[in-house]
Design a binder for this molecule. Structure first.
Ligand SMILES: NC(=O)c1ccc[n+]([C@@H]2O[C@H](COP(=O)([O-])OP(=O)(O)OC[C@H]3O[C@@H](n4cnc5c(N)ncnc54)[C@H](OP(=O)(O)O)[C@@H]3O)[C@@H](O)[C@H]2O)c1
Length: 239
C-alpha cells in the first residue's frame, strides 16, 4: 500500500508529529507518500529533511489555506506530484483565545477563514475525486472544543463546532462512496499553539505524538472499517 497523504498545517505541532509517525510506521507493505502544507517554508524544509532521512517520499507546499488561490495550488501541485490523494488530513487550524467581549472583527475573519473557509474548500475539492474513485480517507482535527464550551474560546469554539457540522454532513456522503471520515477531537496537547507553559501545566497535557499514533492506527484499520471519532483527553480531563 502506497497511499498519498496530504497534511495541512504539517510544519508544527500535531501535523508535524503525524508526518513523522507515518514515516516511522512504513514497512515493506506500507509506504506512504506525504504532501506537506503550511505557511512557513523553514518548518517544511526541516520536516522534509527528517522524512528524507527515513526514506519517505515527501513533497512540500507553502500555502495559506485561507486563500482561495492557495487551495487551488495545493490541489494542483499535489495531483501533479503524486497523481491522486488517498488521505486528506485537515489539521491546519488557529485560535485567538481571549474574553468573548474582547474578540475583534480581525480575530473573527482570521479564525473563520482558516478553520472554516479554507478547510471547507480544500475538502470539497479533494472529496470530489475521492467520491469518483470510491475510496479515500479524510481526517479533521477538530477539538473537544467542537462540543464543549470554554470561556476564553468564543471564536475557536464557534469554528470547531462548525467543523464538526461539516464532518457530520460529509460523512453522509462518504458512507455512500466508500470514503472514511474521521473526526479527531483532542483535549489539551502541548504544541506551539499554546505558547510557553510552566512545567505544572505541561505535565497535565498530552503530547502531539499521542494524537498522531491514534490517527495512524485509525488509518491502518481495514478499509471496511471507519473509525468515525477519536476523542483523546488528558487523563485528568480538560484544563
Ligand atoms: N494543541 C491542542 O491542544 C489542540 C487540541 C485540540 C485540537 N487542536 C487542533 O489541532 C490542529 C493543530 O493544532 P496544533 O496544536 O498542532 O497547532 P500549532 O502547533 O499551532 O500548529 C499548527 C500548524 O498549522 C499551520 N497553519 C496554521 N494556519 C495555517 C494556514 N492558514 N494555512 C496553512 N497552514 C497553517 C501552522 O504553520 P504556519 O503558521 O507556518 O502556517 C502550523 O504548522 C488545529 O486545528 C487545532 O485547532 C489542537
Amino acid at each position: 500500500m502506497n497511499p498519498v497523504v496530504l497534511i495541512t498545517g504539517a510544519g508544527k505541532g500535531i501535523g508535524r508529529s503525524l508526518a513523522l509517525e507515518f514515516a516511522k510506521r512504513q514497512h515493506r507493505a506500507f509506504s506512504p507518500k506525504l504532501f506537506l502544507v503550511s505557511r512557513t517554508l523553514s518548518d517544511l524544509e526541516s520536516l522534509k529533511k527528517a522524512c528524507d532521512e527515513m526514506s519517505l517520499e515527501t513533497d512540500i507546499c507553502v500555502a495559506d489555506i485561507a486563500e482561495t488561490t492557495s487551495v487551488d495550488k495545493i490541489y494542483t501541485d499535489a495531483i501533479k506530484r503524486f497523481g491522486a490523494i488517498d488521505c486528506l488530513v485537515n489539521n491546519a487550524g488557529v485560535g485567538r483565545f481571549k474574553d468573548l467581549l474582547d474578540l475583534t472583527e480581525d480575530d473573527y475573519h482570521y479564525t473563520m477563514n482558516i478553520n472554516l473557509k479554507g478547510t471547507f474548500f480544500l475538502t470539497q475539492r479533494i472529496f470530489k475525486d475521492m467520491q469518483a474513485r470510491r475510496s479515500g480517507h479524510i481526517f479533521f482535527i477538530t477539538s473537544v472544543a467542537a462540543e464543549t464550551p470554554f470561556e476564553q474560546s468564543g471564536l475557536y469554539c464557534m469554528s470547531k463546532f462548525g467543523q464538526k457540522g461539516l464532518v457530520e454532513v460529509l460523512r453522509l456522503y462518504g458512507r455512500k462512496c466508500n470514503v472514511r471520515i474521521t473526526n479527531v477531537m483532542p483535549g489539551a496537547v502541548y504544541t506551539p499553539m499554546w505558547g510557553e507553559q510552566n512545567e505544572v501545566t505541561q505535565a497535565k497535557m498530552m503530547r502531539p505524538e499521542d494524537v498522531a499514533t491514534a490517527m495512524v492506527d485509525a488509518f491502518l484499520q481495514p478499509t471496511r472499517t471507519s473509525v468515525e471519532e477519536l476523542v483523546l483527553r488528558p487523563v485528568a480531563g480538560d484544563l
